[in-house]
Design a protein around this ligand. Structure first.
Ligand code: SF4
Length: 326
């Protein structure tokens, strides 16, 4: 069995925000489903068996259901899996007392570090006063944290801290090209909702040119994967592709059960292209900006016409369709 390291748990896909760069295309209208106590226990035992010593916790926004978050941490504690950090956009930090109370509860469960999201994409949904309040109280309580990414805190420090900013306001404050500039600086994997940004950075190429026979080995990069609330593992960098945790960690990618993942692993996007064409897929005559955009376009088609277990979660495809038109 492979050992996930530098990996995370997706507690929920629903989020208070709908950021332009979100890898998992999280949004407020994703199902309001959170990790259950049974699934928390199951994933913690899978991680223990695999020899994983610690994970981070993210989403979606994990603080949308604080009780479920604590239940997950308790399960990880029972199985000796530590928490590296919890990611948050700090939407919940509207009152000092609530922030102190939650941080103290988390400290009691052994959590030491929080990752606070601050950037020109999150500020469309969360006013700066919320992450700043969280950081200030973490300083006071000597709680460890890091800001992802603090360069944007420096850029936006003079903003009105009480308001969210629109795209037009951000273009005036940060420059007309702030979306593509931020995506380039961020070091984004350019997948998920960021595929819409990729179309403004890279020139389109025809499907035939993007169909590569090289296996997509990043699919089995167990060093950095995410286990989700449905018991699946989503490989790092390939949102919308999933396998049951035990199958994935034991590299049991059966082509009958996982026709998309198996083809990408053995014959790359070329093999997936042949499969998608069999099912009726016609590539866009305009082409696609990247190999992953082409891969997404085929999977989006297959999700509608030839659904298989590896095209999950459905909320990913449903939300992607609103923003990404490949
Ligand atoms: S082409 Fe598909 S499988 Fe390969 S890295 Fe991109 S999203 Fe993942």
């Amino acid at each position: 069995m492979n050992t996930p390291a530098y990996s995370g748990i997706i507690m929920n896909y629903v989020c208070t925000a709908e950021c332009r760069h979100c890898m998992f295309a999280s949004a407020p209208d994703c199902p309001k489903e959170y990790i259950s106590p049974d699934m928390a226990e199951h994933l913690a035992s899978v991680l223990e068996e695999a020899g994983t010593s610690s994970v981070h916790i993210g989403g979606g926004e994990p603080f949308m259901n604080f009780r479920a978050l604590c239940t997950l941490i308790e399960a990880l504690n029972r199985h000796d899996v530590g928490v590296d950090y919890i990611e948050t956009n700090a939407f919940w930090c509207s009152e000092d007392d609530l922030v102190r109370e939650r941080l103290k509860k988390l400290r009691g469960l052994g959590v030491t570090t929080i990752m606070v999201s601050v950037d020109p994409f999150h500020i469309e949904y969360v006013p700066l006063e919320r992450p700043l309040r969280l950081c200030q109280i973490m300083n006071e309580l000597e709680f460890d944290y890091f800001i992802w990414q603090d360069r944007y805190l420096r850029k936006m420090i003079r903003f009105d801290r009480t308001k969210r900013y629109t795209k037009e306001e951000l273009e005036r404050a940060l420059g007309k090209n702030y979306i593509t500039d931020t995506a380039s600086e961020y070091g984004l994997g350019m997948n998920g909702r960021a595929l819409a940004i990729a179309g403004n950075i890279y020139a389109n190429r025809p499907a035939e040119e993007l169909a590569s026979a090289s296996p997509c080995r990043s699919l089995l990069d167990v060093c950095h994967c995410h286990l989700d609330l449905y018991g699946n593992i989503v490989p790092s960098g390939c949102p919308g592709i999933a396998a049951e945790a035990a199958d994935y960690l034991n590299e049991r990618i059966d082509p009958e059960k996982y026709p998309v993942m198996a083809r990408l692993l053995t014959g790359g996007t070329k093999a997936l292209y042949a499969y998608a064409k069999e099912k009726g897929f016609l590539p866009s005559p305009d082409g696609y900006p990247t190999k992953c955009a082409f891969c997404y376009a085929m999977r989006e088609f297959l999700h509608r016409t030839a659904l298989s277990a590896d095209l999950a979660p459905s909320c990913f495809y449903e939300n992607m369709r609103k923003h990404v038109k490949y």
